[in-house]
Design a protein around this ligand. Sequence first.
Ligand SMILES: Cc1cc2nc3c(=O)[nH]c(=O)nc-3n(C[C@H](O)[C@H](O)[C@H](O)COP(=O)(O)OP(=O)(O)OC[C@H]3O[C@@H](n4cnc5c(N)ncnc54)[C@H](O)[C@@H]3O)c2cc1C
Length: 471
Amino acid sequence: MSDTATSSARHHVVIIGSGFGGLFAAQRLKRADVDITLIARTTHHLFQPMLYQVATGIVSEGEIAPATRIILRHQKNATVLLGDVFDIDVNAQTVTSRLLERVTVTPYDSLIIAAGADQSYFGNDEFAEYAPGMKTIDHALELRGRILGAFEQAELSDDPAEREKLLTFVVVGAGPTGVEMAGQIAEMAERTLKGSFRHIDPTQARVILLDAASAVLAPFGPKLSAKAQKRLEKMGVEIQLNAMVTNLDYDGLEVKDADGTVRRIEAQCKVWSAGVQASSLGKVLAEQTGVELDRAGRVKVGPDLTVPGNPNVFVVGDMMAVDKVPGVAQGAIQGGRYAADAIKAELRGQTPDQRKPFSYFDKGSMATISRYAAVMQVPLPFTEKKFETEGYFAWLGWLMLHLVYLVGFRNRLNTFINWFFAFTTRGRTQLAVTEQQVYARTAMGALSELERREAEEIQEKLARAQRRQGA
Ligand SMILES: Cc1cc2nc3c(=O)[nH]c(=O)nc-3n(C[C@H](O)[C@H](O)[C@H](O)COP(=O)(O)OP(=O)(O)OC[C@H]3O[C@@H](n4cnc5c(N)ncnc54)[C@H](O)[C@@H]3O)c2cc1C
């Protein structure tokens, strides 16, 4: 089935992605004389910085992922389409997306591509089955199921070695997401689950945070990195640095240390938070336009965030490679707004060569470690120096800032209430897991295996029929 999304008489802006880059670009065009079609493969705008709180039962997925069409319902010039974009034709100026068997071709005058990034397993994609990443709601719910499922299985086991394996949690990647996950698993075991099992002691769970690099939260510099490490260790998290994962399976992982020793850690529950790979739409652009991609697959855009030679094709957010712009929410928000402003200026008669280059305003970085502890780094104006702090006030700052950027008043209120109870008591309200969440990946794997076998059978039947005809 194939459709063509209505082409409009007004300047038509197509936006791919409903994340920070896509949504903020669409909202910036609210009063512009344009028609906008926002196409995304998820129905929601996901606030990724709080995914770890979904995975560890602090907030619900609805609070951090409001429906995009509800956010934009009063913006009359915006249409939201659900679909997975798999092709962009920069000559015909069309975007092709798929929803189940329905293929939709959407023409554009200007295109803003904000399709973000996926988890990178550095060429070992098979690791994903045993160590989910942390990029989507599916990932967070699957991880929540795996974490709580491991405690449940341990409660039933009489075998001490098996129990140890089930109560060992390994987080790979000691960046902000890894640190947040390790801290929260430790806190969940220590506070929330304490006393709720009869055969195991959840506080005995072993949480390991490992990284091939030599520091925790390396981009935050040596001082904050050391403080974060100390704080995690105080909570009982084992930090293993200069440790590279060389293999990973259902029961554990193989790690190579700096001295070349290879050792094995038995752990059923693994979390992968090491490395990102930009959306494969970058490759689609590269094949057509010859634009260069960096090692993470990000598009090397020009100073106006467009693909060289294509002044109407903007790439923003985690997909763009621009000097000194990190892959963070502010990079995407500012990039999305810049692209929207450039389109508005063009409607007023500005030509692409008159555009001012994109300039990123660094508002600082933060990462939480645990309840009451975070690190924060804010650039000081007119100097190269940064203000650094850690502990309670940094944590309060993290909470406040993340509340401000959550979309929707009720989401903010609900989150605030959940935070209040999660941090002042031992309670977490979002600990439900369903069988489907835990087994979805296995079920989908089995389904694709079934589809593959069916396809092979059909091929075989066709080949046999052709042979019979030939004979
Ligand atoms: C776990 C985690 C924690 C983080 N914590 C922080 C933090 O504390 N502070 C911070 O500043 N940043 C943080 N980040 C980074 C920040 O979330 C990203 O930099 C930001 O989301 C990038 O925005 P984006 O619009 O480029 O991509 P995204 O927000 O990832 O949005 C991509 C959009 O594109 C859609 N899409 C993807 N492919 C297709 C396709 N083929 N067809 C159609 N639609 C598609 C997706 O559905 C999604 O809507 C975190 C990221 C993660 C994963």
